[in-house]
Design a protein around this ligand. Sequence first.
Ligand code: GDD
Ligand code: MN
Length: 362
Amino acid sequence: MGKAVSVIVPTYNEKDNVARLVERIHTSLSDYDYEVVFIDDNSKDGTADLIQALSGKYPVKVVVRKDKRGLASAVADGISYVSGEFVIVMDADLQHPPEVLPDIFKALKNHEFVMASRYIKGGSPGQWTLSRRIVSLVANLLALPLAFKVKDRVSGFFGFRRASVDAKALNPLGWKIGLEILVRGRFGLVSEVPYTFARRSQGTSKLSKRIIWQYIRQLVKLYSYKFQILDFMIVGGIGYIINIALYSLLTLLPALKTFEFNQLGKPYYLPPFIVSSLVAIISNYLMNRAWTFRGWKERKGGFGRYLLMGLATLLLDMGFLFVLVEYCNFSPVPAAALAIFIVFLVRFIIARSWIWKRTPNK
Ligand code: GDD
Ligand code: MN
């Protein structure tokens, strides 16, 4: 039987903190069926032995990694060693007060991800040097579009429902594993509970320039993951220009005008739209394949599917075009512009779910 809640604590040289940490966690979670799993990267100060000694008295265990180092990867690996329905991640150095654990656990009853937050009412970053404060604020701001519902996006103190996270899909670079899990997990409701970042009393912080650089690389990956729609939109934008340019050319061409097809009492404007859209669909397919969905698997008959989607949504497009011109007094070119935009989202959803498929580890 799994525990109700598992606490994952990454450690690197924290021997002077772990005993007090375990005691305080035990006091906070004594009403619950919990476990603490330490992921230690072969600390040189005997942290692991100390935890081992504590395991006789408390529900704690330690996993020692000899071949890897890194806070985020320690947490990501830790997920496969725990059994709880809910998982809470915290630091070992008591900067994350264990007394907040029950608040997180309670919030997890009706939320799938809970961030312990320094930037909501009741929370605080505590006594930090000005430079550290600025680094944290900038880091937090840079992640705003990735998780705008959360105020503290760079907190290392958070909880989640284990079943909502696929640990293999995580890219554990650097430190911000909370953000990584929040962006890549499948979470419905997300919330925050306040905490005050305590002073580190023993040992030293392991934050370095290299970690900051890794954060930038992580952000690039997360943005491209979360906002694939931006890539799709840029491709769509290029196709859109192709479409409108061709459409204007075809409708304005004097030779075509003299044909004077009289469709529903108006001059010829629908057939050129089919031609321009078809050209745009094909160029969009090629660009999406090479860029937006690179690394994804194309389903069988991908081009046929894309064409079919393009044509089906073109009908929808034409329906809008028709309504806008006939009933809303639009002239054809702006009407086409608006119509194409309206079906953009529909196409994106179909492309991601019916034409390309995410491959694991991507
Ligand atoms: N296993 C393992 N491997 N643990 C590590 C490693 C590592 O390479 N590096 C650090 N840790 C552990 C530490 O032992 C500690 O328990 C925790 O990760 C946080 O490390 P600190 O060195 O205390 O980090 P900090 O206090 O500067 O940063 C904290 O606050 C930031 C928010 O401003 C961390 O919680 C960050 O994740 C957080 O973003
Ligand atoms: Mn710390």
